[in-house]
Design a protein around this ligand. Structure first.
Ligand code: SF4
Ligand code: SF4
Ligand code: SF4
Ligand code: FES
Length: 950
């Protein structure tokens, strides 16, 4: 139901460039060929009654409410399934049509509860609307006969109800699940009168394959599938467009509101990244914003074993500022720094790095992208000159062959996965390069042509072997290379990959992938008209993460697959604003726009704008901050929106580093794991409580709009500004739009960006400037940003993290659909009902060898530490490899991961840890200590709250 979500044209838009002209009710209408009569009519301003049609789905033609008369045609065709034709003369209204429509409605209503006044969708129900439109005044059939009015509700899903008694079997939900989402969880079971919507094999929604994307709920024209929040709160009275705060897809939503209370989040049909689709997180998991755990009072304490003291904003900020200045006085200017998060808006990240550079006076600023996509930044900058994805998501609809490497979009980027699956169902071919058999390898109506199930840590070997085949079998696009690439580097690369040592046969032993599979995959990709590569953290979070990124760029350049739609190199950014936080200069060596701090011209530009001298030397990266803390030279940290204790590798090392600091300031929504080691807590604001922008994985800048007041009284940008002022460096923005104006003025790729333009265009893909006033959907069209594309030699070097007799298995990590990253948000929603603990996936062979059974508790030990999880025995992982997620702090997944990191960027090698796994009967020592420390911190917090409330 779409009342607040724009006009419903009934059927999808036709992409044809050929036009046809027809006459509807005496008015000439011109539309693209392939447009339905229904859509042509709505476009010309005349609505036709409908029930089974909606413009997000192909037409189905089952309800017969949309009948029309067409001159020269017999009968009364359904306008939703009839294509518009040149010269057609259509009548949408006549006494006969009115009678037919009334008859249809009578049949529906005779088997529908007449409880409109108490129905949750009263006022937003298409069935109710249509009864009004056709002028239904009586139902001749009565309610005594056979009907469905007593059917039971399915309340199993935490977010929506299925009330079968209200179903009109229009099939919209089934089609939404197939066409939009691609899960195929719903069918119509039974025939005729007995036909009903059924999840799975007559299961409940919770038992079925349903992934709670909400697409069926959105498509349902009645109250059959209804959000529980709507049932509880009633219909919304206004709607504000904003952007999801979870993953890098960056879905646009209409926050439907009652005053300042969210009634529901409805995916925005005009959203450039999602076109009206969503996943369970953005659609339903927003309740954390008003969760009782929200910390809404600033707090301070001298030691982490002291009780917290709730104080005013002024006191907390002036305490933090005086501590930072004291530390700098005692230990030097460089003894403090800050970390921002990709969960923050662009404006917030910009302000934090500005505060660090201008008020702290050093470049000790880093961001969580350090631990996810920093190799993308480095690798793409070296090869093609811009550290960002080359395409729009929509580009995938023009791809013929798609490589998905080290990513599982079905869990990490679900809305994009649905789009990719749609393209695959149309016939595009898929190659998956992943140590696990993910959902992308095989799901309803999808099967990868090749699955390169490599050993973790051997990406570079695979990429070089693919390149070997392309070069030695003459599959190169020589003309493209000659025109667009640096020929010296090309020659060297060609000679290198041609070597026998890089052949699939030679690499097969290292990678574990049969040579023929690698050869087949390389041929398929290289011969495609349009070949696209999508990759994720399974590429970057390795000792050779940057090398693999460069290897991917080599493959794309060698096959001419950059610079148009359907191709490209596409990093799937994990969090909502990873792209933006990197763009905003949050790295220690780069000012906004990826300009090195040592570059005098750039520094002068910022010095003039900010009125301070800037340090020309790069500052400390996150791991260097920890090292310096342990050396006693780094003593103060401003950490905004990032839970480094849970998300960074080798937890015990991070804990020791934090314990050795004298002032840790955490700005967050909750008392997260890092905040338990903090001296100052500044309450953060959720995405619903602030204005700003996020930049998604396709460089799309979208507005985040405030729909409710900041719970603690300040939005995050206001807090950073207030801290800067307390430190004596003045900031006086009155709205985030002014921060964006400053960013635009100082950053060439953002010169054309403003809130006014974002309001007008809905979203903008950077670069947006004099050359591209409305943004740049596809990059590197005529030439690469660096000029000539540079090939880089990618020599495979085995990681230092070796399996041994003591640690014979490799642990690799990833995510699940329903939880998000460290879980701080999703764990505080009903999403826990889908996934409530991190599990260790282990192959039956490895489980058998260790006498491990399904659901057993097992100890996982690495060179860094030990933890205990329950097992899931599955062939999705290969023998020798175990896998877990990291969404729950008590799991301690990062207690086991090591300090190894990417050679170029220090991105941690999360994806390869040598471990041993054994059955155990009790939690690990670390887990016991974690519990004790957590209990202590809860007591210290409780003490503060009790004092303040007494
Ligand atoms: S919520 Fe999504 S996955 Fe579940 S049945 Fe509906 S459309 Fe299918
Ligand atoms: S549940 Fe809703 S969308 Fe699905 S068939 Fe019934 S009325 Fe139509
Ligand atoms: S989590 Fe990602 S895919 Fe899901 S709604 Fe949000 S932006 Fe879209
Ligand atoms: S809307 Fe056309 S047949 Fe249902």
């Amino acid at each position: 139901m779409n009342q607040l979500n724009g006009i419903d044209f009934g059927t999808p838009k036709s992409e044809s460039t050929e036009l046809v002209t027809l006459e509807i009710d005496g008015v000439n209408v011109t539309v693209p060929k392939g447009t339905s009569v229904m859509r042509a009519s709505v476009e010309s301003g005349t609505n036709i009654p409908k029930l089974c049609a909606t413009d997000s789905l192909e037409s189905f033609g089952s309800c017969r409410l949309c009948v029309v008369e067409i001159e020269g045609r017999r009968g009364y065709p359904a306008s939703c399934t009839t294509p518009a034709e040149n010269g057609m003369k259509v009548k949408t209204q006549s006494p006969k049509l009115a009678a037919l429509r009334k008859g249809v409605m009578e049949l529906y209503i005779s088997d529908h509860p007449l409880d409109c006044l108490t129905c949750p969708t009263n006022g937003n129900c298409e069935l109710q609307d249509m009864a009004g439109v056709v002028g239904l005044r009586e139902v001749r059939y009565g309610y005594e006969g056979k009907n469905h009015l007593d059917l039971k509700k399915d309340e199993s899903n935490p977010y929506f109800t299925y009330d079968a008694s209200k179903c009109i079997v229009c099939n919209r939900c089934v089609r939404a699940c197939e066409e939009t989402q691609g899960t195929f969880a719903l069918t119509i079971s039974g025939r005729g009168f007995d036909s009903r919507v059924s999840p799975g094999q007559n299961e409940s929604f919770m038992e079925s394959e349903c992934v709670s994307c909400g697409s069926c709920v959105q498509a349902c024209p009645t109250a059959t599938l209804t959000e529980k929040s709507v049932i509880a709160l009633g219909q919304a009275e206004h709607s504000v467009t904003t952007t999801c705060a979870y993953c890098g897809v960056g879905c646009s939503f209409n926050a439907e509101m009652k005053g300042s209370e969210v009634v529901r989040m409805v995916p925005n049909k005009n959203g450039g990244a999602n076109h009206g689709h969503s996943c369970v997180k953005g659609r339903f998991a927003w309740g954390y914003a008003t969760h009782k755990d929200r910390m809404n009072k600033p707090m301070i304490r001298s030691k982490i074993t002291d009780p917290w003291k709730e104080v005013s904003w002024e006191e907390a900020l002036s305490y933090a500022a005086s501590e930072f200045r004291r530390i700098q006085g005692a230990f030097g200017k460089d003894s403090i720094g800050g970390i921002t998060s990709s969960r923050c808006t662009n404006e917030e990240v910009y302000l934090v790095q500005k505060l660090i550079r201008a008020a702290f006076g050093n470049n000790n600023t880093d961001t969580c992208a350090r631990v996810c996509h920093s190799p993308t930044g480095y690798g793409l900058k070296q090869t093609i000159g811009e550290s960002a994805g080359t395409q729009t998501f929509d580009s995938v609809m023009k791809s013929d062959v798609i490589i998905v490497m080290g990513a599982n979009p079905a869990t990490g980027h679900p809305v994009f996965a649905s789009q990719m699956k749609r393209r695959l169902r149309q016939g595009a071919k898929l190659i998956v390069i992943d140590p696990r058999t993910t959902e992308m390898v095989k799901s309803p109506h999808i099967k990868a042509e090749y699955h390169l199930k490599l050993k973790p840590g051997t990406n570079v070997a695979v990429v070089s072997a693919l390149a070997h085949v392309i070069v030695t079998e003459g599959l190169l696009k020589e003309e493209y290379i000659a025109e667009r690439c640096d020929l010296k580097s090309y020659k060297e690369w060609k000679e290198f990959v041609s070597r026998e040592e890089n052949s699939p046969e030679a690499m097969s032993e290292i990678t574990g992938v049969p040579a023929e599979t690698m050869r087949g995959a390389a041929r398929l990709y290289a011969k495609a008209n349009n070949g696209a590569i999508y990759y994720g953290l399974g590429v970057t979070e390795h000792a050779q993460g940057s090398t693999t990124v460069m290897g991917i760029a080599n493959l794309a350049m060698a096959t001419g697959n950059v610079g148009r739609e359907g191709v490209g190199i596409n990093p799937l950014r994990g969090q909502n604003n990873v792209q933006g936080s990197c763009d905003m200069g949050s790295f220690p060596h780069e000012l906004p726009g990826y300009r090195h701090v040592s570059d005098t011209t750039t520094r002068t530009l910022f010095e003039d704008a900010w009125g301070v001298k800037l340090d020309p030397e790069p500052g400390l990266r996150i791991p260097n901050m920890f090292e310096a803390a342990l050396d006693g030279t780094f003593k103060g940290l401003y950490c905004v929106g990032e839970d480094i204790i849970q998300s960074d590798p080798n937890t015990q090392h991070v804990v020791s580093a934090l314990e050795s600091m004298e002032c840790v300031v955490v700005q967050d929504l909750f008392l997260n794991e890092t905040a338990k080691y903090a001296h100052v807590f500044l309450p953060g604001s959720s995405f619903l409580e602030k204005d700003g922008t996020f930049t998604n994985a396709e460089r799309r800048i979208s507005r985040v709009r405030k729909v409710m007041p900041a719970q603690a009284g300040k939005s995050d940008w206001e807090t950073t500004q207030a801290l800067s002022n307390a430190l004596g460096y003045p900031m006086n923005y009155s709205h985030p739009s002014e921060i964006m104006d400053e960013i635009a003025a100082l950053t060439p790729t953002f010169h054309g960006v403003s809130y006014a333009k974002l309001d007008e265009l809905e979203s903008i893909q950077w670069p947006c400037n004099e050359h591209a006033p409305e943004g740049t959907p596809t990059m590197h069209i005529d030439e690469f940003v660096r000029g000539k594309g540079k090939f880089i030699i990618t020599k495979y070097i085995a990681t230092d993290e070796k399996v041994t007799r003591k640690f014979p298995l490799i642990l690799t990590t990833g995510r699940i659909l329903s939880q998000y990253n460290v879980g701080a948000q999703t764990r505080r929603t009903e999403n826990n009902k889908f996934y409530s603990e991190d599990r260790l996936e282990i192959h039956p062979h490895d489980a058998d060898e260790r006498n491990i059974k399904q659901d057993d508790w097992v100890g996982i030990e690495s060179r860094s530490g030990q933890t205990v999880l329950r097992t899931t025995i599955t062939e999705n992982v290969q023998p020798g490899v175990v896998y877990t997620t990291f969404h729950f702090p008590e799991s301690g997944a990062n207690v086991i991961t090591t300090d190894n990191s990417d050679w170029a960027t220090n991105c941690p090698e999360y994806k390869v840890t040598a471990v041993q796994v054994m059955p155990v009967t009790q939690p690990s020592e670390w887990q016991k200590e974690f519990k004790q420390f957590d209990d202590l911190q809860q007591e210290l917090l409780h003490a503060a709250q009790t004092v303040s409330h007494s």
